[in-house]
Design a protein around this ligand. Structure first.
Ligand code: FAD
Length: 402
């Protein structure tokens, strides 16, 4: 396995760097740097989406025939790494990275030609309706029903923690179509138009004051049978495929490394309160160095997974390891930022957004203002996409055979 970049890949990296230098505007970099949430707000995320779409670089996880770039896994990693280092806003991943590949693999030609171009153009904004009250880790117990009524389904139930449902016009959703069989076998994957009577979205405000997640109530909502993805009862298989994409082939280390580089640079100037700067505080410098080493080790692991994917092998439980380690490191990085900024890093500004002309003035700096909200928001990392406890169970079963 070769983890070094070859000449072509180095050339590609230069091309990406040149593109970012020319086409990633400063207000988007500032917006991304001042975003304490996991997802970027659609105003900056969609603007960046349009720029990448115009360049033809948006569907970089997609097959060529559906508007993809044909990049190798390594090129995708290089691209995401450079975007993270350049402070590019996050893209609307639910449509692009989660639903897109599902439709490529399981969608009908009609679903592909209707939905895929609109995901790329940004015309449709998707949310993910999997979790329900009481059915998060134990997802197979979900209760929302879809009952066939002629050429459509009638859907009743509720979803929770639905990220960006308040922006979304569509939701991909797991529903129960059969309650007489084993729990997993009775689940189907369906596409729901959110702009219809019976869909109610209620905000859940996070610890830091962010409105990122929601409750969604579905009361006699309808979806045409043509919006069922795969077969009835195939939803669990499709959900596993989607969650593997959510957890695996990931590129989580670069954002951590970029954040650590910024902390190290800031620490060279930030007063420590004892006459020097924070990088001269040996406790802080040691803690930073330890997290840097772990982030670099994570990056090597991500590259090893890429090498496996490039050889046509499935990454398997390594993806659970990466998700678990990256989530914990994210929280450690955000804790270091609060520590670095001292008093100013403890300020909790709840007005949003933290970027733009109407944002609140920081006490000391924008980075310090973002520290406390980001620290609080990143508690979610060890929960969403499967909590760390659930990832440990997967590792225990599949790697250790327990
Ligand atoms: C910020 C955020 C965004 C999210 N976005 C979405 C979204 O867009 N769409 C969506 O569908 N869902 C979303 N989720 C939901 C997320 O997937 C669930 O929160 C997660 O799966 C955990 O489920 P739960 O909240 O029901 O907790 P529970 O499953 O009730 O777990 C509670 C605690 O018990 C532990 N636990 C549970 N079962 C076990 C077990 N068998 N062994 C050991 N420990 C266990 C868990 O680890 C956790 O610590 C989001 C969550 C968050 C926090």
């Amino acid at each position: 396995m070769n983890l070094e970049l070859d000449q072509d890949e180095l050339g590609f990296r230069e091309e990406v760097r040149a593109f970012l230098a020319e086409h990633l505007p400063q207000h988007l970099r500032d917006g991304a740097a001042a975003t304490p949430t996991v997802f970027a707000e659609p105003d900056i995320g969609r603007e960046w989406q349009r720029i990448l779409h115009a360049k033809g670089w948006l569907g970089y996880h997609w097959p060529l025939q559906h508007g993809g770039t044909g990049w190798t896994p390594t090129q995708r990693y290089i691209f995401e790494r450079e975007c993270a280092l350049a402070d590019a806003p996050g893209l609307p991943v639910l449509g692009l990275k989660l639903l897109g590949p599902v439709l490529h693999a399981f969608g009908t030609p009609a679903q592909q030609s209707r939905y895929l171009p609109r995901i790329l153009s940004g015309e449709d904004y998707w949310c993910q309706g999997f979790s329900e009250p009481g059915s998060g880790s134990d997802l197979a117990s979900l209760k929302t029903t879809a009952v066939r009524d002629g050429d459509r389904y009638r859907i009743n139930g509720s979803k929770i923690w639905t990220t960006h449902a308040h922006f979304a016009d569509h939701m991909f959703c797991l529903v129960r179509t059969d309650s007489t069989v084993k729990a997993q076998a009775g689940i189907s994957f369906i596409l729901i138009d959110m702009r219809q009577p019976g869909v109610t979205v209620r905000p859940i405000i996070g610890l830091a004051g962010d409105h990122e997640v929601n409750e969604v109530f579905l009361d006699d909502v309808v979806a045409p049978v043509s919006d069922l993805v795969g077969q009835e009862g195939q939803g669990w298989t499709i959900a596993k495929f989607l969650l593997e994409n959510e957890r695996g082939g990931s590129c989580l280390a670069p954002a951590l490394i970029a954040a650590l580089q910024r902390l190290r640079a800031a620490g060279e100037h930030q007063p420590s309160g004892t006459g020097g700067v924070m990088m001269e505080d040996s406790d802080f410098a040691d803690a930073l160095a330890r997290v840097e080493l772990e982030a670099q080790a994570l990056e090597v692991t991500e590259l090893r997974i890429l090498a496996e994917i490039a050889h046509g092998r499935k990454p398997g439980p390594q993806t659970s390891m990466v998700k678990m380690v990256a989530s914990s490191l994210r929280q450690e990085v955000d804790a270091l930022a609060v520590r670095l900024h001292g008093y100013a890093g403890l300020q909790l500004e709840t007005r949003r957004p933290l970027y733009g002309n109407s944002s609140a003035e920081p006490i000391e700096s924008k980075a310090a203002q973002v520290a406390a909200p980001a620290y609080l928001n990143s508690r979610a990392w060890t929960i969403f996409g499967g909590s760390n406890e659930i990832q440990r169970t997967i590792i225990a079963k599949t790697v250790l055979g327990l």
